[in-house]
Write a protein that binds this ligand. Structure first.
Ligand SMILES: [Cu+2]
Length: 145
């Protein structure tokens, strides 16, 4: 009887641990599915998170805060284009959508996701920030019919 109780307790503990591990895995993968809401924190010099998946052509709510000490931008480059190692004048025509946030600033706005599915580069165009690693990836997937 006592042994059975111990076994049950052990089984419960391993079950709880499994559930916790599973939920952590789901959270760290970001769920994988497309979302119509992007909530991103900008710091010196990162986007957190730095991967987004949205449905093509849909209105995307964009919520962001700049927790850094300098100006940051969220710049979505057009499909098939890249800003390269630094953003300069010749990259301007390749911008799909962008927003600039002052230090301590925040935004609650929206934009229309590109209609063409694919992987879009996201960068911060403030000088030197791409080199510092301030990039992200926007994946556009076909919208559900
Ligand atoms: Cu930046």
């Amino acid at each position: 009887m006592k042994l059975n109780l111990i076994r049950t307790a052990k089984w419960r503990a391993s079950f709880v641990i499994t559930v916790i591990l599973l939920s952590l895995t789901l959270v760290s993968c970001g769920g994988g599915g497309p979302t119509t809401k992007i909530d991103v924190t900008m710091t010196d010099f990162q986007f957190q998170p730095n991967q987004f998946t949205v449905p093509a052509g849909q209105q995307i709510t964009f919520i962001s805060a700049n927790n850094g000490a300098v100006v940051h931008n969220f710049v979505i480059m057009k499909l098939g284009t890249t800003a390269g190692p630094f953003f300069d004048e010749e990259d301007v025509p390749n911008v799909y959508w962008e927003i600039e946030l002052q230090p301590g600033g925040s935004a609650n706005t929206s934009f229309t996701a590109p209609t063409e599915p694919g992987e879009y580069e996201v960068v911060c165009r403030t000088e030197g920030h791409i080199a510092s690693g301030m990039t992200a990836k926007l994946t556009v997937v076909p919208a559900e019919q």
